[in-house]
Design a protein around this ligand. Structure first.
Ligand code: MN
Length: 307
């Protein structure tokens, strides 16, 4: 049975180190005269010439309620509200037997996408879900005073006991089900928490030592043995910041374009693949369109493109 996909736009970019009200998803969708590439056109080609079933369902917009919370500096509440709206949207996709591909926005949107995934597969179907978190950062900052886009995993694991955050335990993320790839920039409290919770961390030193393809093989073997499902959360800043700088926090020494394309294609080819996030890309910082071409190709790797 071939798979069907829903593109879900989550242009929520208010909680990061650099905020923007520009619609970051539209920046990927539309053709422009720098990159000469746009996701909308590519989807049409996939659907018409390759008989794919990909539907762009549009955005989960920033409602006035959410914007008011942000403007009055109640960011935790804004994220809770936006996450609940995004979660509902993903649940519709899951219930119709389709695969959600969510485009951000900053990484805080994973609070919504993963709660939906955990509710549908972990709570309701009693299936074990692995989360592959591809990122320069661990996003598990559990201190009160840091940006919310730096703590989605802390929130999802109930490691952040502030501002009424409490994820129901049957949809919370278990630390042992998280697999980091590409991490190379940690805060001290994150370093401690990763060790305390014993999270699998295929960080850049590990990748440097064993080689990227070997690490992907180790990961896929683990998923094959121990999991029913796999969800991918891909942060643009996992890529090597010496080339790919179109984000708030570019970081030199990360994944090459080929490594990222290989990884996304390999994970999404698994029969266990249930969905993905692509986050943190900022079109306004993409001066030459190279990053946009890669983002479109990474997303296209989910259903077609491979090296
Ligand atoms: Mn991230």
């Amino acid at each position: 049975m071939s798979k069907s996909f829903d593109i879900i736009g989550a242009p929520f970019n208010q909680l990061g180190f650099v905020t923007t009200k520009e619609n970051t998803v539209n920046g990927i969708r539309r053709m422009d005269e720098t990159s000469w590439i746009g996701l909308t056109d590519w989807i049409q080609v996939r659907n018409s010439r390759w008989h794919s079933d990909i539907v762009d369902t549009g955005d989960v917009p920033i409602t006035l309620d959410v914007q008011e919370l942000i403007d009055s500096d109640r960011k935790d509440a804004a994220l809770q509200l936006y996450s609940s709206q995004l979660k509902s949207k993903l649940l519709e996709t899951y219930h119709s037997g389709r695969i959600p591909i969510t485009i951000g926005g900053d990484h805080s949107i994973a609070v919504g996408t993963l709660q939906a995934t955990m509710e549908y597969y972990q709570r309701d179907k009693k299936e074990k879900v692995a989360i592959v978190w591809v990122d320069a950062h661990a996003d598990i900052n559990n201190s009160l005073d840091s940006n919310l886009h730096g703590k989605p995993l802390a929130l999802l694991m109930n490691q952040y006991p502030y501002n009424d955050w409490d994820i129901p335990s049957d949809i919370a993320v278990n630390p042992e089900d998280v697999y980091y790839i590409g991490v190379r920039d940690l805060m001290r409290n994150e370093f401690d928490l990763i060790n305390e919770l014993n999270i699998t961390n295929y960080d850049m030193p590990f990748i440097e030592k064993y080689g990227f393809n070997a690490v992907v093989e180790i990961l896929m073997e683990k998923l094959e043995q121990d999991y029913d499902r796999v969800y991918l959360s891909f942060d643009y800043d996992a890529l090597d910041g010496s080339i790919f700088r179109a984000c708030a926090t570019p970081n030199v020494g990360g994944l090459t374009a080929r490594e990222a394309l290989h990884l996304v294609h390999t994970i999404s080819s698994s029969p266990k693949f249930v969905g993905a996030d692509f986050v943190e890309y900022l079109p306004e910082r993409d001066s030459n369109g190279v990053s946009k071409e890669l983002m479109v190709k990474l997303i296209d790797s989910v259903w077609g493109f491979h090296l």
